[in-house]
Design a protein around this ligand. Structure first.
Ligand SMILES: Cc1cc2nc3c(=O)[nH]c(=O)nc-3n(C[C@H](O)[C@H](O)[C@H](O)COP(=O)(O)O)c2cc1C
Length: 161
C-alpha cells in the first residue's frame, strides 16, 4: 500500500513545465492548468494530458472538437493560478485573457513559449483521471523562450548558465 502523502511528496520532486489546455464549446471558452502534459509520438504527432475526471475541463474536453496546449512562459504564473481555480476564473469569452483564435477554433493565449493545437485522438481510463491523447495539427513557437517551471508545489524558472 502506497502512502498517499508520501506519493504526493515524491511526485513533487518531479520537475515539469506548465500548460493551459484550452477548449472552445458552444457554451464558451475554457482553460485548465495542467502539468501532466507530455509528448507521445512523432509519427503520427501525438501528445497527452491526464485530466482529473471531476474537473470542468474533463467535461469540456469530452465535448470539444479540438483543444490547444498553451505552454506557459516564466512570467505567466498568474495564468496558471487563474486556470487552476486559485485566482478568479476567466469568463467564457476570455475577455481579460489576451488571446487569438487558432486554426481549430480554440483560444491561443498570447505570450506563451509555444502552442500545440490538437484533435482528440484517443481517451484511456487512468484511475481518477482520463488520459487524453491528441493528434497534433498545428504548432507554433512564441517569442518568449523562457518557460514556467513547476517543482516542489511551487512555480519557479530555469536557472540558465
Ligand atoms: C501547477 C498545476 C498543475 C496541475 N496539473 C493538473 C493536471 O495535470 N491534471 C489535472 O487534472 N489537474 C491539474 N491541476 C489542477 C487543475 O488545474 C484544477 O483542478 C482546476 O481547478 C480545474 O479547473 P476546472 O474544474 O475549471 O476545469 C493542476 C493545477 C496546478 C496549479
Amino acid at each position: 500500500m502506497v502512502d498517499p502523502d508520501l506519493f504526493r511528496d515524491v511526485l513533487a520532486r518531479f520537475v515539469s513545465g506548465v500548460v493551459v489546455v484550452t477548449t472552445a464549446n458552444p457554451d464558451g471558452y475554457h482553460g485548465m492548468t495542467v502539468s501532466s502534459f507530455c509528448s507521445v509520438s512523432l509519427d503520427p504527432p501525438l501528445v497527452l494530458a491526464c485530466i482529473n475526471r471531476e474537473t470542468q475541463g474533463h467535461d469540456k474536453l469530452e465535448r470539444a472538437p479540438a483543444f490547444a496546449v498553451n505552454i506557459l512562459a516564466r512570467d505567466q504564473s498568474f495564468l496558471a493560478d487563474q486556470f487552476s481555480g486559485r485566482a478568479p476564473l476567466a469568463d467564457p469569452t476570455f475577455a481579460r485573457v489576451p488571446h487569438r483564435v487558432g486554426a481549430l477554433g480554440t483560444p491561443l493565449i498570447e505570450g506563451c513559449v509555444g502552442w500545440i493545437e490538437c484533435r482528440p485522438w484517443a481517451r484511456y481510463p487512468g484511475g481518477d483521471h482520463t488520459i487524453v491523447v491528441g493528434q497534433v495539427e498545428h504548432v507554433a513557437l512564441g517569442e518568449a523562450d523562457d518557460p514556467l517551471v513547476y517543482f516542489d508545489r511551487a512555480f519557479t524558472e530555469l536557472a540558465w548558465g
